[in-house]
Ligand binder design. Structure first.
Ligand code: ZN
Length: 188
């Protein structure tokens, strides 16, 4: 997702209704995939993009596709990795394969990517940090407000199977976002 889109993120929590049920944390088996997503986020940061990365994993556990944020290098604020993976999945997988696939992603989907995920009929999402965590980090950094409201994934795609966050990766992810905003404010 885009870090400036998380102004109202919430990974579950206090409100009533569907989003009240907080997703289960990522499992030990999820970690290698999430670590790869975080590596892709670091790659994005090195290239001058926002630190987000994602991969699409088939029902057999094989990595099918991966991408990273490219909003600055391509000058297009919709170039989120989760959206790129939806495009890839629609072009390369049938409906059954899409439903069996899992998207592992460094950050919980933004509203745009969540909707695309739902329309494409993709399966489980596992994220390393939640939208709520990102909101907390960005608020502390005085990041500019988002033009798009961020909602918990299951508020956008009811019934979606979701796991996250992954506390083992929190400090590394927080450092990536801090570094991105340090460079933004320094102009470096
Ligand atoms: Zn997005």
């Amino acid at each position: 997702m885009n870090p400036t889109e998380a102004s109202t993120g919430d990974s579950g929590g206090e409100s009533s209704g569907r989003s009240a049920r907080r997703p289960a944390e990522a499992t030990a088996a999820d970690l290698p995939y999430l670590e790869r997503a975080v590596d892709l986020a670091a790659e994005a940061l090195d290239a001058g993009d926002e630190p987000f990365g994602s991969l699409l994993v088939g029902g057999d556990g094989r990595i099918l596709a991966e991408d990273r944020n490219r909003v600055h290098t391509l000058g297009d604020r919709t170039r989120h990795p989760e959206f790129a993976l939806v495009r890839w999945a629609v072009e390369h997988l049938d409906a059954r394969e899409r439903a069996a696939a899992t998207v592992f992603t460094s950050g919980e989907h933004c509203t745009m990517c969540a909707a695309a995920h739902g329309w494409a009929g993709l399966g489980t999402v596992v994220y390393a940090h939640s939208a709520a965590e990102l909101t907390e980090w960005l608020t502390a950094l005085d990041a500019p407000p988002s033009p798009v409201r961020c909602l918990p994934l299951r508020d956008v795609v009811p019934g979606l199977d979701v796991r996250g966050p992954a506390p083992a990766l929190t400090s590394r992810l927080r450092a990536l976002h801090h570094e991105f905003h340090r460079r933004r404010t320094d102009g470096s």
